[in-house]
Ligand binder design. Structure first.
Ligand SMILES: Nc1ncnc2c1ncn2[C@@H]1O[C@H](COP(=O)(O)OP(=O)(O)OP(=O)(O)O)[C@@H](O)[C@H]1O
Ligand SMILES: [Mg+2]
Length: 291
């Protein structure tokens, strides 16, 4: 499913007649089908607001959002199209409330009147994809670890089989290993099920590692929508000015390239690739070090 956000502005209706300032201002972004797109930006820049607009929880004050299935655009069910977008809020485990994990996962599908057979089949698929143990399903969600709770909450959205999954800070508060593990599970689910993922994150490492494109927001506006390579290699200074983190290997590469007569060209910004290219360069140019 493709999402096109066209000239969208948004402000909150505060008490019926008074409006807040513009929270989003003339935002234009395109999220292609089956892509992995990250949204980064300072706190308060409007990332979660944009997510709620795409999910259809709030409506644009101006502009429009088109969500369409590229493959069969002539038979769009406009009323239900937002149902194909799953939104996992930040700290989603705060929304777990049923007696067992299974009941929690099944809550949404039951509301939609799915048969028990379909519910258990889909539950089996997502819990497996997320690596949630079978015995967890009959436990109270409140007895799980932080990482397991997060997965249980994610499963409750993924079970609805959304075409587009928006994750608002899915790794917030998780330790580095759980974070990497969760991100890899999401990415492998996206690839096998051919889904679209929109990741809102403060972790620039994750944005770099998984995204086809990164959207940078600042004060309610979209500054860039670029590939990780273009963004980090060509706009490092602007990102630093906005106090956004630059992954270490990119900082190293950019620093070296500013000093070298002939810069080191890379195809990807993954750590191993950059280190390999730096080593290759030094070997080829017979650069030696003073001890
Ligand atoms: N219900 C509301 N009424 C008025 N203003 C709001 C409301 N919810 C959010 N805002 C304001 O909208 C702006 C954007 O908020 P939003 O939650 O979209 O930012 P964000 O980029 O997701 O930030 P963070 O990284 O901290 O999650 C903030 O200035 C916030 O104070
Ligand atoms: Mg937010």
């Amino acid at each position: 499913m493709q999402i096109i956000v066209k000239n969208v502005s948004y402000r909150y209706d505060q008490n019926g007649y008074e409006k807040s300032n513009w929270i989003l201002h003339q935002v234009n972004v395109t999220i292609p089908s089956h892509s992995f797109v990250s949204i980064v930006g300072h706190t308060g820049s409007g990332k979660s607001t944009l997510a709620k607009l795409i999910k259809g929880l709030i409506l644009p004050s101006a502009g429009r959002i088109d969500i369409s299935e590229q493959e069969k655009s002539h038979c769009n069910d406009k009323a239900n199209i937002h149902n194909k977008v799953g939104l996992v809020f930040q700290y989603p485990e705060h929304q777990l409330f049923e007696m067992t994990v299974l009941d929690d996962i099944a809550f949404g599908p039951k509301q939609l009147g799915w048969s028990m057979e379909t519910i258990s089949e889909k539950t089996e698929q997502v819990t497996k994809a997320l690596g949630l143990k079978r015995e967890t399903l009959n436990q109270s969600p409140f007895h799980l670890s932080g990482g397991e709770k997060r997965k249980a909450a994610l499963a409750g959205v993924m079970v609805m089989d959304p075409e587009v999954l928006i994750l608002d800070e899915p790794a917030a508060g998780l330790d580095p290993v759980s974070r990497r593990n969760l991100m890899q599970l999401i990415e492998s689910w996206r690839k096998t099920a051919r889904k679209t993922v929109i990741l809102i994150t403060h972790h620039m490492d994750d944005a770099l590692a998984y995204s086809d494109e990164i959207i940078v927001m600042n004060k309610g506006k979209v500054l860039y929508q670029l590939s990780p390579n273009q963004l980090f290699l060509e706009h490092e200074d602007e990102l630093i000015k906005m106090d956004l983190d630059i992954p270490d290997q990119v900082k190293l590469l950019n620093k070296l390239n500013r000093r070298l007569a002939k810069s080191i060209k890379v195809d990807s910004l993954k750590e191993e690739h950059i280190f390999e290219k730096i080593a290759e360069y030094y070997k080829k140019n017979e650069v030696t070090y003073d001890s």
